[in-house]
Write a protein that binds this ligand. Structure first.
Ligand code: C5P
Length: 227
């Protein structure tokens, strides 16, 4: 079977990464979580004082981008790559609500986007990749053979993210998570550079009422039709 590029875009907590990981495992493809890359840059920006709730030094961060190296290191137990920032595993730190509340601001900076898009394109050059994010089908791989645009209501998504954070022992409220989901939706769809938008040739998948298994089967059929 020929290998293709699969682009999955959509709002936060639509279940993109769960679907993308399962697809990659089934197909023997590489999974790339581009949100993890924006989150890792945000963590770096927090650690170096370039971003906080009331402040963003876009110029300072841009000047420092050369100091940032990002890698995914495959974890055989988990079955996917974990995010490393300058050689350190930051998989846990990048999933906190604090990073979630700042990442969309950092992702608005064009120089940050340019750096990450270049690395993402290099990672997908051999095809056989499932990549999820906000601009994969529109900017990173406009020629991807299969583009999926995932949606679900903000409340469904906030409930999922809340359960995930609670399971990790983070003390957050559902209301705070819902507010974060709505804020990120707004910034991600209104930014000037690469806003989240459904590509003309993307297939929409609303999974508010679809089980994980049903989603996977549906998408595997779409893949089979392309390969
Ligand atoms: O997918 P995830 O929720 O982890 O992404 C975190 C944030 O990173 C998004 O809210 C968005 O601001 C940014 N992002 C982006 N472009 C991508 C992936 C993520 O702007 N391709």
């Amino acid at each position: 079977m020929k290998k293709i590029t699969i682009a999955i875009d959509g709002f936060s907590s639509t279940g993109k990464s769960t679907l993308a990981k399962q697809l990659a495992q089934q197909l023997g493809y590489v999974y790339v979580d581009t949100g993890a890359m924006y989150r890792a840059v945000t963590l770096y920006a927090m650690q170096h004082g370039f971003v906080s709730p009331h402040h963003l030094d876009a110029e300072g961060l841009t000047a420092d981008l050369k100091q940032i190296t990002l890698h995914f290191v495959f974890n055989t137990e988990l079955g996917y790559g974990e995010m490393y920032l300058n050689g350190v595993n930051v998989e846990r730190e990048i999933r906190t609500l604090e990073v979630s509340s700042l990442v969309s601001k950092v992702a608005e900076i064009s120089a940050v986007r340019a750096k990450l898009v270049e690395q993402q394109q290099a990672m997908g050059k051999e095809k056989g990749v499932v990549m999820d994010g906000r601009d994969i089908g529109t900017v990173v791989f406009p020629d991807a053979a299969l583009k999926i645009y995932m949606t679900a209501s903000p409340e469904t998504r906030a409930q999922r993210r809340f359960a995930e954070l609670q399971a990790k022992g983070d003390s957050v409220t559902y209301e705070a998570v819902l507010q974060n989901v709505n804020e990120r939706d707004y910034i991600d769809t209104h930014r000037a550079d690469s806003p989240l938008v459904k590509a003309d040739d993307a297939i929409e998948l609303d999974n508010s009422n679809l089980s994980r298994e049903a989603q996977l089967q549906r998408v595997l059929e779409w893949v089979a039709a392309k390969t």
